[in-house]
Design a protein around this ligand. Structure first.
Ligand SMILES: [Zn+2]
Length: 137
């Protein structure tokens, strides 16, 4: 019988620095040294201009709720209903994640609401970035 745990990502050479970052409490992105384009997911060249001169940096962890859906079917490792969200990061890229510390309802999940990153450690290799409503600053 299959184990009822959440499927986790497998780090690759391209994503190793990203996963080392989340384990250290940082959301790491990459920026092109040639055209300044900031992108995600990690790759060794700029998707904007194909330059291989790219640098990693720690993002602010701030973003907004770009889109989401509420999933109602049971999936190993998740308790439905839960939101699968697209987060618009302050630095430009979007990434898929989950929203935590918030009711998983359309009333609570308001598009463009300010979010901040939080980190959920699963094992020695994988700490997932998730997002929660931003605290008042
Ligand atoms: Zn570029």
């Amino acid at each position: 019988m299959a184990e009822l745990t959440r499927a986790l990502p497998e780090p690759t050479p391209e994503t190793r620095d990203f996963w080392d970052g989340t384990a250290a409490g940082e959301l790491r992105l990459q920026r092109c040294d040639a055209c300044a384009h900031v992108y995600f997911p990690p790759r060794p060249f700029c998707p904007g201009c194909a330059s291989r001169q790219v640098s990693g940096f720690a993002a602010s962890g701030h973003g907004t709720l770009y889109s989401y859906l509420i999933h109602h079917r049971p999936v190993p490792g998740f308790t439905p209903p839960y939101a699968i969200a697209v987060v618009q990061l302050a630095e430009g890229p979007r990434l898929m994640s989950n929203i935590v510390d918030c009711p998983q309802t359309p009333e609570a999940l308001v598009l463009d609401m300010p979010l901040e990153v939080a980190f959920q450690k699963f094992d020695a290799q994988i700490t997932l970035p998730v997002f929660r409503p931003a605290r008042a600053r």
